[in-house]
Design a protein around this ligand. Structure first.
Ligand code: CA
Length: 183
């Protein structure tokens, strides 16, 4: 009887845990698919007085029920932009990763993905109007990976930019990099 009670507890725990682990692909990031019921741990911010708004969106999505939608009425100007940002906390130093995201756009301009300290790694996102498109960027971390920036930037007029299914994976094969470093 006791055992049966215990195993039903285990079963209950599995039921509770499974939906979370089934949301695969968010690995080093939190809420990369925007299905968390909240924006956290992402943070939206309009800098320099940008007339830019960003919010969870249910009209367009690559997965599930939600994406993130950016709308920006401010033309290109230094230090005026909207940003969707979170920090990746568990990346290893001096390690190569690939970040992928799905984006969709209506009259997009000036959209970028910026990575790392000082946002030195930049990948331009598509412009104009486009259906769901996968963006990929390989990047290699430096010596310090504490609070590694992951930022989607909107720095010019954009009717709508949707973002969904953001994930980071380690780029495989340690044997390849080991043989490379032996040369
Ligand atoms: Ca989603």
């Amino acid at each position: 009887m006791k055992l049966r009670y215990f195993s039903s507890l285990v079963a209950l725990a599995l039921v509770i845990v499974t939906p979370v682990s089934a949301r695969a692909g968010t690995g080093y990031l939190g809420n990369g698919d925007f299905e968390g019921g909240t924006l956290k741990p992402w943070d939206w911010f309009a800098a320099g007085g940008a007339k830019a708004t960003g919010a969870l969106d249910t009209q367009e999505k690559h997965s599930g029920e939600f994406s993130f939608r950016i709308h920006n009425e401010s033309p290109l100007e230094p230090n005026v932009y909207g940003q969707l940002r979170q920090y990746a906390y568990t990346l290893k130093a001096n390690t190569t990763y690939v970040i992928t995201a799905w984006v969709k756009g209506n009259d997009v301009s000036g959209a970028q993905l910026a990575l790392g300290p000082g946002w030195k790694i930049i990948e331009r996102l598509p412009s104009d109007t486009f259906d769901w498109t996968e963006v990929r960027k390989e990047f290699t971390t430096g010596d310090s990976t504490e609070k590694y920036d992951i930022v989607f930037l909107s720095s010019s007029t954009t009717e709508a930019l949707w973002i969904d299914d953001v994930q980071i994976e380690e780029v495989g094969d340690t044997s390849a990099s080991a043989s490379e470093s032996s040369h």
